[in-house]
Design a binder for this molecule. Structure first.
Ligand code: GCV
Length: 766
């Protein structure tokens, strides 16, 4: 390509175009710096920065660093000895974790004993494993199979803490819950905590391929060392399971939903069984994703038609074989008739008929099926993508087996920085519906962006579907409290890989953490979870915690601002889903909804996709209250406006600004946020070890460049259509639209086997 594109251009733009906002940012940074210097005069007890040894992030939030000052004294008095049996591997894990955590934090190993001998004893166990716990007659009935109690009680004139549950795994969860109290500096003298999960299956979906790659994974290769399994069991599997158990995750789908038949070969099932053996101790069941056509590709049958008796027999036999090796196998996941994958519709059968054959094979073993609703047409002429899954699944309500769940992505499109909720939530009262979230940031800047997903997950869970009147939140649809389902589940597409720090960046770890915590209790607040994660991962010093939590809580909105504000979606480069490409138009033979112009609908008259009655009428898929709100541009939330409406560029927003001006200001706001966050982080070095500080600081520098790239390219493109001047104070993009269009990131982590473009002879922004 001849277009003269250079990094210099981008850097010059930073010098030129940021002039309007550089002063306030510089002042803010200077204030923070002064504050930091002032703090350094009297470093708080938890932040002996100079002495902080480098950390690589491997220990996640389970660091158990030594306490100091008043907390050390208080906790030492309340954790003097450990009393509990270790009659099962899970109870042994609970004891080991308590010993590890307390020894680390209290700088001395607590004594272990068979009986309470002193104040401050910590007793753990179930009524079945511990006579002492039994004798306390705790109200454990309401705690279910996985819940726990942590309570301060008096036993023979001794004040002790008891961690009790009905099951060994409940005790392990309780042990982690107790350690979290210390890690987050909570008083532990008078405890009365009852905690039980609101959702039954809390599952991570690994999109890991058997060749070691990870689809949409941004943290290295697969965590699973397939070639060495089952003979070598990496210690990482245990640490993975510990981390999962610490937040209550109790299931893992080991392989990509774009599954290969090999996973069901005896060779691989032996490897799966070995992994299940490690994970079992920590309450993590294994599940597998399977292709619909596997009775043909592996079984040699002529068809995969779910109504064919040979196909049914094949599935039953295969499932029996799995359970012979893995008696507590969780179940199967299916992506069918989706993005080119085979499915029941290939045989004229419904999705429910397809699901039924697998569900029936699993039922005798108490296995479950997670059947994905991510189904849309690949044809060049199809209805609005936002309606397709709804139209396919809604008529099938009540047709899925009791041990099947329909797994629905949070929005009708595909894990965008922001989308409305999927209209299927609340619309299938007679079907077990589960929520699928994406923990890995496929569309939110991937490895390097600072984007805490707690606010996104919380927004989804708290959205009211109005399906049964006010209060019918998505959380209540999936936890079974709205329609009374007994089988409930939530899945998060994993962001975990072979990187030493597990998740590609330190702050990406928070997304694994928040997924687990919200899966346990969807009513928890994203801010409270961020706070505890920061305390456990870094320090409890408020001088660090407060600004970092604030940054985390606003970070996802910043990504929305600089990528896809006001309800835009899918403006990323094709295939890699990295970087801006709003100009991508439908190509020959390509489904139109694989382009970006399909979603923006930007023309001379305005921008946005009309999904009201005058357009595709996708609003009608929502309950009437919500539909009425979405259908009226004056009532529709600004942040979903262009998803539902096509509006003139000069449309007056609630703010009084025109739509065009508002759009530009959102891009600017996003870039401004990154600059400010980067400046804030630079003041926090005294509170973080050098290695984790540096990685985060450098990633902020990368994100700043990426945010500017997004802003400039998006404004250049949309201005070429709106032909409107920029609002006062907004700097023009420093280069032409052609310049941005020529940018190309040909290879990208996570885009397995795909290139977005031929390697270009031009410099790209990263
Ligand atoms: C596993 C999106 C992703 C694909 C993913 C698909 C899915 O389209 O880009 O990589 O495939 O969703 O959820 O099945």
């Amino acid at each position: 390509m001849s277009n003269a594109i250079s990094r210099t251009g981008v850097q010059e733009r930073s010098r030129r175009a940021t002039g309007a906002w550089i002063l306030p940012w510089a002042m803010a940074a200077a204030c923070l710096l002064v504050a930091a210097i002032a703090r350094a005069d009297s470093p708080p007890p938890d932040s002996a920065a100079a002495a902080l040894p480098a950390e690589d992030g491997y220990r996640l939030w389970l660091r158990y660093v030594p306490l100091q000052g008043q907390w050390l004294a208080r906790y030492r008095a309340a954790a003097t000895e450990l009393v509990g049996t270790d009659t099962s591997p899970t109870l042994r894990a609970a004891r080991a974790e308590l010993l590890r955590g307390l020894s680390g934090m209290l700088r001395a190993k607590p004594r272990t004993s068979d009986a309470v001998t002193r104040d401050g004893a910590i007793v753990f166990g179930t009524p079945g494993s511990s006579a002492l716990v039994r004798s306390l007659h705790l109200d454990l009935d309401r705690m279910g199979a996985e819940g726990y109690l942590i309570r301060t009680v008096t036993v023979r004139a001794r004040t002790i803490t008891v961690i009790a549950a009905n099951s060994d795994i409940g005790v392990l969860y309780g042990a982690f819950g107790f350690l979290r109290l210390l890690q987050t500096r909570q008083p532990i003298g008078h405890l009365d905590i009852a905690s039980r999960p609101m959702i039954g299956r809390r599952v991570l979906d690994h999109w890991d391929n058997l060749d070691d790659s990870v689809e949409r994974g941004f943290a290295g290769d697969s965590l699973w060392q397939w070639p060495e399994l089952p003979d070598y069991l990496s210690p990482r599997y245990t640490d993975y399971a510990r981390a999962c158990a610490s937040v209550g995750i109790n299931g893992t789908v080991l392989n990509n939903v774009n599954a290969t038949p090999d996973i069901l070969e005896p060779l691989y099932l032996a490897k799966v069984a070995a992994l299940a053996g490690v994970l079992r101790t920590y309450g993590v069941k294994v599940y597998l994703a399977v292709p619909f056509s596997v009775p043909m590709t592996l079984g040699g049958l002529k068809t995969a038609d779910p109504l064919d008796p040979h196909v049914q027999a094949w599935w039953s036999a295969k499932v029996d074989e799995i359970y012979r090796d893995i008696p507590d196998f969780g179940g199967l996941v299916m992506k069918a008739n989706s993005e080119g994958q085979p499915g029941p519709q290939d045989y004229g059968r419904t999705q429910a008929q397809g699901a039924d054959v697998l569900a029936r094979a699993l039922a005798p073993h108490h296995g479950i099926l997670m059947w994905r609703a991510f189904v849309y047409s690949m044809s060049a002429k199809s209805e609005d993508r936002a309606k397709q899954a709804y139209d396919t699944f809604k008529p099938l309500d009540g047709r899925f087996a009791d041990n099947a769940l329909v797994q629905v992505k949070n929005g009708p499109m595909d894990f965008q920085p922001r989308e409305p909720i999927h209209p299927l939530f609340g619309a299938m009262p007679r079907t077990n519906l589960m929520l699928e979230l994406e923990v890995s940031k496929e569309y939110l800047g991937q490895r390097t962006s600072f984007a805490y997903l707690g606010p996104l997950f919380q927004e989804v869970l708290r959205t009211d579907t109005w399906a049964r009147g006010e209060g019918s939140t998505v959380a209540r649809v999936i936890d079974g409290s709205l329609y009374g389902e007994r089988l409930t589940a939530i899945a998060g597409v994993s962001n975990i890989g072979s990187d030493r720090n597990w998740c590609g960046s330190i702050f990406n770890q928070a997304n694994w953490y928040v997924f687990g915590r919200l899966a346990w209790d969807p009513q928890l607040s994203a801010a409270a979870i961020a706070r505890e994660w920061v305390q456990m991962t870094f320090t409890s010093d408020p001088a660090f915690v407060e600004p970092v939590v604030k940054m985390m809580m606003s970070s996802r909105e910043a990504v929305v601002d600089y990528m896809t504000p006001l309800g835009l979606v899918s403006q990323m480069a094709a295939n890699t889903h990295f970087g801006p490409a709003p100009w991508v138009a439908p190509g020959p033979g390509m489904p139109p909804d694989w382009s970006n112009t399909y979603y923006s609908h930007a023309f001379a008259d305005g921008i946005g996709y009309d999904r009201t009655a005058s357009g595709s009428d996708a609003v009608a898929d929502y309950a009437p209250h919500l539909a009425a709100e979405f259908a009226d541009p004056a009532a529709c939330p600004d942040d979903l406006l262009l998803w539902f409406h096509h509006l003139p560029w000069d449309y007056r927003m609630r703010s009084g600004r025109t739509l065009w001006d508002s759009l530009v200001l959102h891009y600017d706001r996003g870039v401004g946020w990154v600059k400010q966050a980067r400046a804030t982080w630079s003041t926090l070095a005294p509170y973080v070890d050098p290695q984790r500080y540096r990685m985060t600081a450098d990633f902020f520098a990368i994100e700043e460049r990426d945010a500017e790239w997004w802003r400039d390219a998006s404004i250049a493109y949309f201005q070429s259509i709106s032909h409107r001047p920029l609002p006062p104070g907004a700097a023009p993009p420093p280069d032409t639209l052609r310049h941005y269009e020529a940018f190309c990131v040909p290879y990208n982590e996570g885009a397995v086997g795909q290139t977005a473009c031929p390697p270009a002879d031009v410099s790209v922004p990263r």
